[in-house]
Design a protein around this ligand. Structure first.
Ligand SMILES: [Zn+2]
Length: 378
């Protein structure tokens, strides 16, 4: 067995020790030696305009783009005259008045699309790229700056506005609540990070009982069987039935496309788990769930019934969390149903600092119900 192939993408010795150390010593004691350094996965992203890789970006550099539905450039007099129209509390409107700073000031009046779910959340390498995207999309781009604890905004007219008020490219705004993930670039525009010289090998590993692999078309039927199983749905979504099955059936045709793109864009990483015959037995993924919080990562997983209770997920989960830790992630969130005792045991016995909260939560399928959430500090 080629150990290096199996561990491709895993840089951390710690992860190796946790997952496979005994295994190596037993079967191939000479195989443990330092691996080549690869980039910190959680701190790497590509610009959504020019695809420049962004390295070690931390928690900022993230932009939110909202479509402009209406735009008018008014004189302060016109604006005052129609003040109520441009300040309708039932619409999302932003009015930017440059007249206090300029002899020939105007009021730039924007009505923007709902912040969720049609707004975009994405990354750019520079203000110029953000501005180019905003212009092309006719959108307002907001930018959360963690260091300054503020939100700045870029409009297609920002150059003109800034010329009038003698400002830099950004104008701070108040913090707002953000929408879903969407990208400026389409799936078909995506360029793999390897084009820019990054090592993009998908991290995979093996343990005594199973393999953790990149999803493949061959294994997709096994995945489909698991997620369409009503008992599994009850454990995973808190409910089962047609709404969930429709949701799954709608997303499956695009599943394989998203695996590569989500991995490249650092929005999600999906693994399938196989047994030693390489049959599908489960999945685990890390998802960037962030709506309001940049870089909020959530772990979710599932195993085929016959493979539960064999400590498979215990080993796999620890392996994945160690990989995340060694690739720049400092915190992982998880949610479980109140009745899912095996999941509670898994989280409460992790070798990390874990906070468990018993709470009531509501979501799209299961409604309002008792649940537990976990914060794992890596
Ligand atoms: Zn760029």
């Amino acid at each position: 067995m080629d150990i290096y192939k199996t561990l491709k993408g895993f840089i951390s010795k710690e992860a190796i020790n946790h997952i496979c150390f005994r295994y190596y010593n037993k079967y191939n004691p000479l195989a443990v030696k330092p691996l080549n350094k690869t980039p910190m996965w959680f701190k790497q992203m590509t610009c959504d305009c020019c695809f420049t890789p962004l390295d070690s970006i931390g928690r900022h550099n993230r932009y939110y783009l909202c479509k402009i539905q209406e735009f008018e450039k008014l004189t302060p007099r016109q604006y005052q005259f129609n003040y109520d129209y441009y300040n309708n509390p039932n619409e999302i409107r932003i009015n930017y008045d440059t007249s206090p700073y300029s002899y020939n000031g105007f009021v730039y009046c924007y009505k923007i699309d709902q912040l969720s779910p049609r707004s975009y959340s994405t990354w750019f390498c520079s203000r110029q790229c953000a501005l180019n995207a905003a212009k092309k999309m006719n959108a307002l781009a907001f930018y959360y700056d963690e260091e300054e604890q503020s939100v700045a905004f870029i409009t297609p007219h920002i150059v003109e506005i800034n010329r009038a008020i003698h400002e830099s490219d950004y104008t701070p705004l108040l913090m707002m609540d953000w929408g879903e993930h969407n990208w400026f670039q389409k799936l078909s525009d995506y360029k793999d990070l390897s084009l820019y010289g990054f090592d993009t090998s998908y991290p995979t590993f093996s343990t005594r009982l199973c393999n953790v692999v990149k999803p493949s078309v061959r294994l997709l039927n096994g995945y489909k069987r698991l997620v369409l199983d009503p008992d599994f749905q009850k454990d995973f979504w808190g409910s089962n039935g047609a709404a969930i099955s429709n949701h799954i059936n709608n997303s499956l045709p695009n599943f394989m496309n998203h695996v590569d793109v989500d991995f490249g864009r650092r929005l999600m990483i999906e693994w399938f788990i196989t047994n030693k015959n390489e049959d599908f037995i489960g999945f685990i993924h890390l998802t960037c769930m962030s709506n309001a919080f940049p870089y909020k990562w959530v772990v979710e997983f599932g195993l085929v019934k016959e493979y539960r209770g064999k400590k498979i997920m215990k080993t796999v989960l620890r392996g994945i969390l160690n990989w995340a830790k060694n690739n720049g992630c400092d915190k992982i969130y998880a949610i479980s149903e109140e009745h899912n005792h095996p999941a509670h045991a898994l989280f409460n016995n992790l070798p990390f600092n874990v906070t468990e909260n018993r709470t009531h939560m509501s979501d799209q399928f299961g409604g309002f119900r008792p649940m537990r959430n976990y914060i794992v500090n890596l």
